[in-house]
Design a binder for this molecule. Sequence first.
Ligand SMILES: [Zn+2]
Ligand SMILES: [Zn+2]
Length: 391
Amino acid sequence: MPVVNRIADYAPQMTQWRQHLHQIPELALDCHETAGFVADRLREFGVDEIHEGIATTGIVAIITGQGDGPTIGLRADMDALPMSEETGLDYASERPGKMHACGHDGHTTMLLGAAKYLAETRNFTGRVALIFQPAEETIGGARIMVEEGIMDRFDIGQVYAMHNVPGVEPGTFFTAPGPVMAAVDTFHVHIKGVGGHGATPHETKDPVMAACGIAQAIQTIVSRNHYALDDLVVSVTQIHAGTVDNVIPETAYLNGTVRTFDPAVQQMVMERMKTIVAGQAASYGVEAELDYEVGYPATVNNADKAAFAVEVAKGVSGDDRVVGDAGRVMGAEDFAYMLQARPGAYVCIGQGDSAGLHSPEYNFNDEIAPVGASFFARLVETAQPIARVAK
Ligand SMILES: [Zn+2]
Ligand SMILES: [Zn+2]
């Protein structure tokens, strides 16, 4: 059961869709043109229901199979990134400062390919809910779609999603049971000191020194407060202060990211950070305000659904081209919210040698689109098979 022949035949069309989407990147919830293109294709395929405007520009489309049964959800993300493309492709972004550098144009295309096949063949029972979401890169379009009730409204029983991965052999798959991607939080520290002349620091309360002290002390959360065998990243990624060499500024600002898998570890980081910021500020005689934003939760695969996805992927790509215990990474993914709402699995598909995700030179590899679309289609046909009458 390799790539579905019928889907392989769609390859030229899928490439056209993908390259068109690549030219018209949109950001966050503002995926109007992309969603319009998706809805037009879904209408052409003859899906049974198209529900638009969920989470502003998200779509849920329903295809009904043969006979009663449960509903399986398949999700693709549609949004791009606020960066300038440097691929030099003839179908590069037409929009300066916006680029499909994470391959969501490819994810959308793969789900469209599966939709076309499933609408034409309907070789399954129950229903499939095709979920096209905006704002994966920013505010969590998946969370908004879940909050707007898609799981109950469409009676979705299980959900799956896929992401391309550069540097991994094209058309291979990998995933794992349990946590696969981290929870991501952001912190901001605003420091207010007393500025003055650079030559008379004793008359100031230097916020630059306080920022350096806080940045250093924050690193002890990982090195001295945390059990070494658990996964945790705390990174200070920005420090801004000052304007010129002979002025000690009034204020400084720090910003960074926290990656965790365990809510208890996340809680510990939050509490330690409060204590450290307050203590360091007191020692430098400045005021410091910590703003800790809790972001996407950890992406946690249901063990049974991950095992099921592995079997389906093996059917598409071959046993030796699928890894079912690939471990976890410190990246984050808003599909986490859908996996909190329903059991399912997040699966990675290799896309071969290319620039990395979020690089200005990245491009989705169109060759893997039929493989990914076949995986989506076979998930549905295998999870909700048409009963064969024994003869
Ligand atoms: Zn991304
Ligand atoms: Zn992405």
